[in-house]
Design a protein around this ligand. Structure first.
Ligand SMILES: [Zn+2]
Length: 148
């Protein structure tokens, strides 16, 4: 057995210093999908079923956000006992698709505003009984001006 941290969901994102979500790109029309798509392209004008696995943009623009006051459904993983946190909908820079994700701990909705540049990070979930120590992707506001 290894102590290496594993993603909660295999194949949804890469890990390391610059984590990225893994999506599919239609080889015919170029439409991006996340999570990965199998079967036929959802573009009604496209009949392609060939997709390539791609790393999606690590950064995007905060499009919408909300306070999660209830336990979210899979595949989102929440701490137990449940504590409210912010969920962000971020439009990826390149793909222009909106990806939902939890906002990093310590950042509440009062610190968020639409248009904020956001960055994808991967964090472990140490305070969970199950799946303890696993990884999940989150959105983090990109600091501007370097003020700490
Ligand atoms: Zn297509």
């Amino acid at each position: 057995m290894s102590d290496e941290l594993k993603p909660v969901l295999e194949g949804f994102f890469t890990t390391g210093d610059k984590p990225a979500l893994l999506g599919s790109r239609c080889t015919k029309c170029g439409t991006y999908y996340f999570p990965k798509l199998e079967g036929f392209c959802r573009n009604p004008d496209c009949d392609c079923s060939q997709f390539e696995s791609v790393e999606l943009s690590r950064t995007g623009t905060l499009w919408s956000f909300t306070n999660a006051c209830y336990k979210p459904p899979e595949p989102y993983v929440a701490a137990e006992p449940f504590e409210p946190y912010a969920i962000a909908a971020v439009e990826l820079d390149k793909e222009k698709m909106v990806i939902l994700g939890q906002v990093v701990a310590g950042v509440g909705v009062d610190q968020l505003k639409a248009g904020l540049p956001m960055e994808l990070v991967v964090e472990s979930i140490p305070d969970l009984v199950e799946p303890a120590g696993k990884l999940v992707w989150k959105w983090k506001p990109m600091t501007e001006g370097g003020a700490a």
